[in-house]
Design a protein around this ligand. Structure first.
Ligand code: SAM
Length: 212
């Protein structure tokens, strides 16, 4: 989908050095393969699918695991104003890169486990959408559940968590967490192919009741 610069006046020009993002991604990957969890940045098609459930005029959005910004760009391309978006990235070098690429977006060098604190600190409220590129399947099951719960805690009651995965099935134990899971589609033009999932609170299931 071509970007309409009139509709999105705050969308920054693509990097003057277009190779800078992929090279930095590769370096971060070599330094810390399990924590990066992908062999390449998300493709534009995957990033657009990740951004597609966002209502740009009503949503506050927390992006977790910003990497080199392909999903950040797709979120801004929906027409989402930069002040409605906060990006959390744990790697300081990637966070610094994101700040240079998206000077009008709040980039927080931090940890997904702090999602709710970051949302209330930045917006003073929970958000309607959390968009996560975290490599969940590289984590042990208890850590996976802890991190997904932390992201759910940043959401409003009717909020949505968007997560991509390279796995064939659902990347989150949705029943255990009281969630309704919906696969939004699979992108074959991605390295490797990936699917995007949307999680919302299941009707008649209270997330709080699933905590022990
Ligand atoms: C798959 S990569 C980034 C994908 C991103 N959409 C892109 O295309 O550049 C996942 C990112 O999540 C970050 N990350 C991993 N665990 C994290 C955590 N617990 N909290 C915050 N960021 C994390 C990594 O540093 C990495 O940049």
């Amino acid at each position: 989908m071509p970007v309409n610069e009139d509709r999105v006046p705050w969308l920054p020009e693509r990097a003057a050095r277009p190779a800078a993002g992929p090279l930095l991604f590769l370096r971060s990957l070599l330094n810390n393969p399990l924590k990066i969890g992908a062999v390449a940045p998300s493709s534009p098609k995957l990033s657009r699918l990740m951004a597609s459930p966002v209502n740009p005029s009503e949503s506050l959005v927390l992006e977790i695991g910003g990497g080199t910004g392909s999903v950040t760009r797709a979120l801004l391309e929906t027409g989402l104003a930069p002040q409605r978006l906060v990006v959390v990235e744990r790697d300081p070098e990637l966070a610094a890169f994101l700040r240079r690429e998206f000077p009008t977006v709040r980039i927080r060098c931090g940890e997904a486990l702090q999602a709710a604190t970051i949302a209330s600190g930045e917006f003073g409220a929970p958000v309607q959408t959390v968009v996560s590129s975290l490599p969940l399947r590289n984590l042990a099951k208890p850590d996976q559940i802890e991190i997904v719960r932390a992201m759910l805690d940043a959401l409003t009651e009717d909020g949505q968590l968007i997560q991509f995965t390279y796995a064939a099935g659902c990347p989150v134990p949705e029943k255990q967490l009281g969630l309704k899971a919906e696969c939004l589609g699979r992108v074959w033009a991605n390295l490797p192919p990936a699917a995007v999932w949307r999680f919302t609170a299941a009707r008649n299931a209270k997330r709080a009741n699933t905590r022990h």
